[in-house]
Each structure stands twice: as C-alpha cells, then as structure tokens.
Design a protein. Structure first.
Length: 151
C-alpha cells in the first residue's frame, strides 16, 4: 500500500504532466482533498519537488498557501544544465549530487556508465576528510563536468 506522500507526489506529477509542466495549487485545498494537514503537503513539496529533481517551487503564504510548481524545461539540454549548475552553488553533499546525476540518467543526458564514473569521482571516500572542503570540491567537479556537456 502506497504512503500518503507517494500518493500526493503521483497526483501532483500527473497534474504537471497534463498541464505542460506548470501547476498552481492551494496548499489547503490539496490538504483537504487528501484529508491531511498542510504540513504534509509542505513535506512532499520539500522532499519530492526539489531543484535536484528538476522542479522549481514558488510558495506564497496566506490565503490557503498558493503554490506554483514548474518542471524545469529539459527540451533545451543546455538550459537545464545551466539551471542545475546555478542550483549547485558553492558546495553540495554527496547525496544531493547523486540525486542530480540520477536525474541526468532519467533525462538521457548521461548514460548509466557515465553516471557511475561521475558518482565514483564525487564520492566522499575520494575527496578527503574535511567535510566542508569535500562538499566544495564536489561542487566544482560536478559543475565542471556539466559545463563540459554544454560546450
């Protein structure tokens, strides 16, 4: 049996698919539909609809909590990759970097073999002991690899 979070995620993804990549919803209406608290909707948005997973979420407080979810346009691979490069910032954890890489497989930007190589290169085991420094190094490696795909 699917968890409520999975059901809400599937519902939102279907709406996004049916509306060419953008939806606008109200948090309270969605919570009422699924008989849950609005914080459950926040949880789904915060964990399932992130930049790393190819989504842009704009949230406004008040009036039931208006939310706009946009699937990042991957029709232009360069635009998508530039969006990701900007999203990475100055540092990134191994977990978040691997989420990006998994999306690249899903979008046919990387082959499974290329993704495995990139995951091996950005792995905590090879980047040293200083957590902050390795997150910075990982971000630089990932951004440079993505830039090489654009040019």
């Amino acid at each position: 049996m699917a968890r409520l979070s999975d059901i809400i995620e599937a519902f939102l993804k279907e709406l996004i698919k049916d509306t060419d990549g953008v939806i606008e919803i109200q948090r309270n209406e969605l919570a009422t539909k699924f008989k849950c608290v609005p914080s459950q909707i926040n949880y789904v948005l915060g964990t399932r609809f992130t930049n790393e997973k190819g989504y842009y979420v704009e949230s406004r407080r008040g009036g039931g909590g208006h939310i706009k979810i946009k699937r990042v346009d991957i029709k232009s691979e360069g635009n998508y990759l530039m969006h990701i490069i900007v999203s990475i910032g100055d540092n990134i954890t191994q977990h978040d970097a691997e989420a990006f890489i998994n999306n690249f497989i899903d979008y046919d930007i990387l082959t499974i073999r290329e993704a495995l190589i990139l995951k091996a290169v950005i792995c905590d085991k090879v980047l040293g002991d200083d957590r902050l420094k390795k997150d910075e190094i990982r971000a630089n490696i990932l951004k440079n690899a993505l830039i090489s795909l654009i040019v």
